[in-house]
Each structure stands twice: as C-alpha cells, then as structure tokens.
Design a protein around this ligand. Structure first.
Ligand code: ADP
Ligand code: MG
Length: 259
C-alpha cells in the first residue's frame, strides 16, 4: 500500500531580482514527497537548496508554480512546517525546556508532558534547566529539533543542520535524527552537501544542479536501517551520487566554454 502524497510541487520556478540582475534560482522543479518519507537534497553551493526549502516552509512565497502541503497551497509559515537552520537559533536567556516550549506555558500539564517527551526523544534528560551557553553544539541543535517538533508538524525541513558540527558529533546527530524519524514518522526534507550524510539518512536523494537550480536526478536508497557507511552497498550508492556530480561538472564545463 503506498503512503499518501504529502508535498506536491509542480513547475516551481524562482527568480531573484537584484541590482546586479536577475538570478534564476530554481527552474521547473517537479517533486512529490510521500508522508513519512525521508528525503535528502544535495547539490553544489548555489544550486538553490535553501531557496527550495524556504519556499516549502512558506518563508518565501514569491515564486511561480504550485507548492502544496497536505492538499493545501503553501501561503506562509505555519505550525505544520518545522524548520531547522544550520545554527540552533535558541533564546540564550531561556532554559532548554523553555526554549522547547517556546510561547506555550509549561504550567499546562499537556505542554509539560509533551516537552518532557521531546526532551527524552532528543536525549537531553537532566539538561531541562540548562541554558544554551552550557550546551555543546550538538545538544543545542537537539533542542532546536525538539522545539520544531512541539506542535507535531507534518514535515520537518532541515537546512544543513549538522554542517557546523565536528565529524563525531555529526555522526551521532544522524543516529539521533533517524531514531526520531523511526519513532515519530515525521516526513523529513534534509538539505546537505555531504554525500555520506545524504545516503545514510535518505529513502530518496534529490540531486540538484546549479544555474538554474534544477533536478539533475533522483536516487532511490533501498538500504535497510541501520546502515553501515563502510558496506559495499553503501559505497555503491555513494558512487552513484558522485557520478551525478561528475555529470554536473561536465555540464558546467560545457556551459563555461560557451561563454
Ligand atoms: P544553496 O542553498 O544551494 O547554496 P541558495 O538557495 O542559497 O543555494 O541560492 C541559490 C541561488 O540564488 C544562488 O545563485 C544565490 O546567489 C541566489 N540567491 C539566494 N538568495 C538570494 C537573494 N536573497 N537575492 C538574490 N539572490 C539570491
Ligand atoms: Mg544553502
């Protein structure tokens, strides 16, 4: 039985108008994402990954085409869409639990219960009363993830969320995120420029190419979880993604020669 379609993107194009001229950031993107899917988006810098994510999030509504989530046109940000940036963006003057609760009161039993569950989920038990300055980068990002999950969003949008972390913390965060996904089945759209990360997490990898940002290819990842980065099957998928990058480079060279 196939899961229901959650995100529907058709003929999506985006042009930035600036003093230096127009930048075609996205061109004719067609993409459908099913409920519960884990999709990673990868591509060279400037290929429109953040632009695509912001449009899905409703943070940028100045585009051409159709973007709908759960059957409704995306017209702005909302609680059905959680967003995680590369930096955690916590309130430094609030404790972990109050950062997670955001504008809701922890005195309400249902809020308290939900926040406690989330703290458990992101493995921060014992740090409820800590302040952001007392946390490591990975812990702070886990607070941001918990906060984004507070209102049970339909989709979690993550823009290079582990990009600023060291390799070990990053690997740990990937495990934590997969665990969250396996428990909650929140649909994930995860932007990265790390091939290992893209293969490790995804059911499907969307490879984007630049100038203008467009879909180069979509690679299905059928490896079972938990995955082993050193396995032959994993490495084969890595090569497949690298192959797409080579094609992009060739396109760039041809394009460059013509100018
Ligand atoms: P990525 O996240 O893949 O690195 P972005 O989505 O940030 O790429 O950017 C895609 C393209 O759009 C780039 O060429 C970038 O310079 C351009 N761009 C992004 N934001 C703006 C903006 N606010 N104004 C003008 N150009 C922009
Ligand atoms: Mg970006």
């Amino acid at each position: 039985m196939s899961a229901t379609n959650l995100l529907h993107i058709q003929h999506l194009s985006k042009i930035f108008h600036s003093a230096k001229g127009d930048v075609k950031a996205l061109h004719n993107i067609q993409l459908d994402i099913r409920e519960g899917e884990f999709v990673t988006v990868i591509g060279p810098s400037g290929c429109g990954k953040s632009t695509l994510l912001k449009i899905i999030a409703g943070l940028d509504v100045d585009y051409n085409g159709t973007v709908s989530l759960g059957g409704r046109t995306v017209e702005g940000p909302g609680i059905d869409k959680g967003f995680i940036f590369q930096e955690p963006r916590l309130f430094p003057w609030l404790t972990v639990e109050r950062n997670i609760a955001a504008d809701l009161s922890l005195r309400k039993p249902e809020v308290r219960k939900k926040v406690d569950e989330l703290i458990e989920l992101v493995r921060l038990k014992g740090f409820e009363k800590s302040y952001p300055r007392e946390l490591s980068g990975g812990m702070a990002q886990r607070v941001a993830i918990a906060r984004a999950l507070l209102r049970n969003p339909k989709v979690l949008l993550l823009d290079e969320p582990f990009g600023a972390l060291d390799a070990f913390t990053r690997a740990h965060m990937q495990e934590v995120l997969l665990d969250i996904w396996e428990r909650n089945r929140t649909t994930m759209i995860f932007v990265t420029h790390d091939i290992d990360e893209a293969v490790f997490l995804a059911n499907r990898i969307i490879v984007l190419k630049p100038r203008p940002g467009a879909i180069q290819n979509v690679i299905r990842v059928d490896l079972t979880f938990p995955r082993k980065k050193s396995s032959t099957a994993f490495q084969q998928l890595r090569y497949k993604v690298l192959g797409e990058f080579d094609k992009i480079e060739e396109l760039e060279l041809v394009g460059g020669a013509g100018i």
